[in-house]
Ligand binder design. Sequence first.
Ligand code: SAM
Ligand code: CA
Length: 247
Amino acid sequence: MAANQAEQQNQDGRHQEVGHKSLLQSDALYQYILETSVYPKEPEPMKELRELTANHPWNIMTTSADEGQFLNMLLKLINAKNTMEIGVYTGYSLLATALALPEDGKILAMDINRENYELGLPVIQKAGVAHKIEFREGPALPALDQMIKDGKYHGSFDFIFVDADKDNYLNYHKRLIQLVKVGGVLGYDNTLWNGSVVAPPDAPLRKYVRYYKDFVLELNKALAADPRIEICQLPVGDGITLCRRLS
Ligand code: SAM
Ligand code: CA
């Protein structure tokens, strides 16, 4: 975007900040949603975890409160019981999931970093939902390969949320499409990638945004062309694409 165009957008009250939690047309509108419909209904443990994470240096990675609310509602609507999450960080989306599942619900949660998960874990324990979570430390891809080899996980997940290394999303998709049940849902997060999916080549993007942009573009095309799923890409948070397995 040309500098004067960017300036004009700022004057219009549109946000430019990289890592913003919403792609809505104005900060005021986003704030309105949070203050009217999200924060007043946010469960106390989620508020506590969000506030605890706000002081962490990588806070930019956390799922936004409106997206947490969306995930929680979606899981209840589809009666999810057996779920997976790739990319836990301090556990905000994990807690949104755990609170939505029935008492005997299960979440297989994977992350290469246990330390951050353990930061949020006391809040999850206090909320009384830690028994639903099986945390596996390590890279997700080899773990998925192992699950596919085992055979017993095929078509067994109601919902899988993917929110980790964006350069592997297509590799995850190849595997997850076998693990999610027919009629089950895969949720790929950050598929609008800070709005960079429509940025011109000379746009002043942060290094990591530029690096992952092409992977996200490739994923979006591949999902739209995949006959095994029907999809719905929503401008919630940084964009989430829901994929319902058809066959
Ligand atoms: N869903 C989380 C939340 O609501 O706060 C945010 C996840 S954060 C965007 C991405 C996470 O993916 C990081 O915690 C990182 O350690 C993890 N990660 C990165 N590469 C990974 C990999 N290959 N396998 C599993 N987790 C990975
Ligand atoms: Ca995310």
